[in-house]
Design a protein around this ligand. Structure first.
Ligand SMILES: [Mn+2]
Length: 321
């Protein structure tokens, strides 16, 4: 069963999929726009070619997404059915396949389609350094000779625009814009994707943001900007932990800030800390508290009374400025 793992070109992956009658697609745990967009675009295309396709993800898809993108309601959180090949989409390693990982790892015919440049954990691996997995799917569909329609184009656009931060991250390149132009021509609903992923908030989210902003503090001449949210803030705004994502960006967006911090009281006197850096490695700071992440985006958990936790963070960040 432990057959060799090989790298495939997108052309070869198209040939491999053409030989299969049924395909199971796996989006990574806590899926983002790229994982979901890539799975749905590929699924719609494979179904056009007469194949049986299942899409699986171990995390539920939010109501906000399924209300706007009907096909996402078909993503299953429990695995079922028989398939000729399993495909891990936008997964840099086997852990990202989540609860399906053990089963996936034992299956003989597996294919990774990913852009994180990670390990070859499948039998076949298409691993690129593209800005999004949707760009791999886009080329794959051309190689398969599938005619792309507006639904497919909308899902491809979903991954392209979310993984490039709406064409603002440093990974945005000429191929990203060329792909966007073609998807526009194909009728992708770019307005809807933009609204759902970059504009829409709920009332509770906006109230929570207001409370976080009202607790804004700055240190070291504004080089550190910090906000916090307590249990009371959650209760009074009707928001939950899921509504905190993105708030930290408001801290690091302050022009003088080199580090932005957001503390959310996860359980009584336990704080989930999100850090963003402009030119300071916040991963090193979070590592001191047992956390981790990327150089400029990291997190950790710290227990204690609010003012003690803040004091610890301020001291640690101060050493790095
Ligand atoms: Mn991605």
């Amino acid at each position: 069963m432990n057959s060799t793992k090989s790298k495939l070109t997108i052309q070869q992956a198209a040939q491999l999929l053409a030989e299969k009658h049924s395909v199971a697609l796996f989006a990574h745990t806590n899926p983002d726009g790229d994982a979901l967009g890539a799975c749905l675009a590929l699924r719609l295309a494979l179904e056009k070619s007469g194949k049986k396709v299942g899409v699986f993800c171990d995390s539920p898809i939010g109501d906000k997404l399924t209300a706007n993108f009907a096909e996402l309601a078909s993503v299953q959180t429990d695995f079922g059915g028989k398939f000729d090949i399993m495909v891990a989409v936008d997964c840099g390693d086997l852990n990202r396949v989540g609860q399906f990982g053990a089963m996936y790892g034992k299956f003989a015919e597996t294919l990774t389609l990913d852009h994180h440049g990670g390990e070859y954990f499948s039998r076949y691996n298409v691993v690129t350094n593209y800005a999004s997995t949707c760009q791999i799917i886009y080329e794959l569909l051309d190689a398969m000779g599938v005619e792309q329609d507006e639904r497919i184009a909308t899902y491809l656009y979903m991954g392209l625009c979310t993984d490039t931060g709406n064409f603002s991250h440093s990974n945005t390149d000429k191929p990203s814009f060329l792909m966007a132009a073609r998807l526009c021509e194909l009728g992708a609903d770019m307005q809807k994707v933009n609204r759902v992923f970059f504009k829409d908030t709920t009332l509770a989210e906006t109230k929570l943001l207001g409370r976080a902003l009202s607790h804004l503090r700055s240190y070291f001449d504004g080089q550190l900007v910090l906000m916090y949210i307590t249990r009371l803030d959650f209760a009074e705004s009707g928001a939950d932990m899921g509504d905190t994502s993105g708030i930290v960006q408001h801290a690091v967006n302050v022009d003088s800030a080199r580090v932005g911090v957001m503390l959310a009281e996860y359980a009584p006197n336990v704080y989930k800390v999100s850090m963003r850096g402009k030119d300071v490695c916040v991963r090193d700071i979070c590592a001191q508290f047992g956390g981790g992440g990327h150089q400029l985006a990291a997190g950790c958990m710290i227990s204690g009374f609010l003012e003690d936790v803040i004091e610890k963070i301020v001291r640690c960040v101060g050493f790095e400025l």
